[in-house]
Design a protein around this ligand. Structure first.
Ligand SMILES: *Cc1c(COP(=O)(O)O)cnc(C)c1O
Length: 413
């Protein structure tokens, strides 16, 4: 089928834009890691563009993940948001929630673990916050028979018990991190430290389009299958490009995967960050909207930091957006104005979750709900820009089953 064959050939090469995206990106890491990053970059360029790698990866996406994922026209939700249809003509949902393990993260995890295997690595490490990337990596490792160790802040181990159990079931070892705030940024530091020591045998499977070069480029390439498929499916269904695409932004991997296919076209790109309890409060994760330039996890990017440059804790009701940094390409897209970044609060996301469930029968992840929460504004902006009703495509990054306990606590029935 053409939609899946598009994910091969030229579309999966390193973009050639690294190591920097404008003034962002780079590799700010311990000197011992530089050769490993260079090796990874070279190997990726050779391997990932090879026919053998592409066909192996493509058949995993098709037969194991369930790609291409559906593209669904959500008419009831579109009419709930804009009853007249004057502003939002059509709303298309790219259903990454239908992927094996329930979100887009598996696309990247399978790609990186396959790459590591080809590189002769015998051990995989990863970091995880909510546990979603840990589960995806543990899944890929079980499937490709490699040992997997996942660093996770001690606080998150306690908060995300079901995903810890899932990783254990999949044969991975979860290592609780007791340093710092005992959350995601500390787990990432610990994983980098492990990698410095074990770099010859070990591949560090980074979970978002963040970290030192070449990770942001590699992860974006493994996730661009989302946008490539959506573009192809829209061509078949309506014979046109959308006016705008929308995705939620944590580290930024599902968003960049969606954006990539449309970046050279006249399509507006919208990312939605988590505003937590409000951007004015200290409790949010709106890095691009309210952060500053800094270095985090080997990359110069936008971060949440205090006046002394100390990284601050992020906050969001959705654990997957709860990260005080963001991928450097998003920082550059914001800087150049090519993409627009909006925010949604915890309350907005909870309300959007309820609305999508009631109108469409789809229980979305709380991360994704942030993107849904801004659809009315986006339709408004597009109407003002175009002078007509807009066609919008949204990346539905994952399903909400993992959030049921939060929903039970926070949403009255
Ligand atoms: C992890 C996660 C995100 C955030 O990660 P990105 O790298 O920004 O895509 C978004 N949605 C879901 C469902 C996730 O699990």
């Amino acid at each position: 089928m053409s939609a899946s064959s598009r994910t091969g050939d030229a579309s999966n090469k390193v973009t050639g834009r690294g190591p920097y995206y404008g003034e962002y990106g780079g590799r700010f890491v311990a000197e011992t890691l530089v050769p490993a990053l260079v090796e990874l970059e070279r190997a990726y360029e050779d391997l990932a563009s090879s026919e053998a790698f592409q066909s192996e990866w493509r058949s995993m996406l098709a037969d194991y993940v369930g790609r291409p994922t559906a593209l669904y026209r959500a008419d009831r939700l579109a009419r709930a948001i804009d009853p007249s249809g004057d502003k939002l003509a059509e709303l298309w949902l790219k259903r990454e929630d239908l992927c094996h393990t329930g979100a887009h993260k598996i696309n990247n995890a399978l790609g990186q673990v396959l790459l590591a295997k080809k590189l002769g690595k015998t051990r995989i490490i990863a970091e995880t916050g909510a546990g979603q990337h840990g589960v995806a990596t543990a899944t890929a490792c079980a499937m490709m028979d490699l040992p997997c160790e996942v660093y996770m802040g001690e606080l998150d181990v306690a908060r995300q018990a079901p995903n810890v159990a899932r990783m254990n079931m999949l044969g991975a070892r979860v290592i609780p991190v007791t340093a710092g705030s005992r959350t995601l940024k500390d787990a990432m530091n610990e994983a980098l430290r492990d990698w410095v020591t074990n770099v010859r045998t070990t591949h560090y499977c980074v979970g978002s389009a963040a970290g030192p070069h070449p990770y942001p480029a590699i992860v974006a390439d493994f996730q661009r299958v989302i946008g490539d498929e959506a573009r192809e499916q829209l061509a078949q269904k309506i014979g046109a490009l959308p006016d705008a695409v929308v995705a939620c932004v944590g580290g930024g991997s599902n968003a960049i995967g969606m954006f990539r296919a449309f970046i050279d076209e006249d399509v507006h790109l919208y990312g939605v960050e988590a505003a937590g309890e409000g951007v004015e409060s200290a409790k949010h994760a709106a890095t691009l909207t309210a952060g500053r330039v800094g270095v985090l996890h080997g990359s110069r990017t936008m971060v949440l930091a205090d006046d002394d440059g100390q990284i601050l804790e992020a906050h969001s009701v959705s654990a997957g957006l709860d990260y005080p940094g963001v991928g450097p390409e998003h920082a550059a897209l914001k800087r150049s104005g090519r993409a627009t970044y909006l925010t949604a609060t915890d309350e907005d996301a909870l309300e959007a979750t309820r609305q999508v469930a009631h109108t469409e029968g789809i229980l979305v992840a709380l991360e994704t709900a942030h993107a849904f929460a801004r659809l009315a504004d986006i339709a408004e902006r597009e109407h003002a820009r175009l002078g007509r009703s807009a066609v919008v495509a949204l990346c539905l990054s994952g399903r909400g089953d993992k959030d049921l306990s939060t929903l039970l606590e926070r949403l009255a029935p």
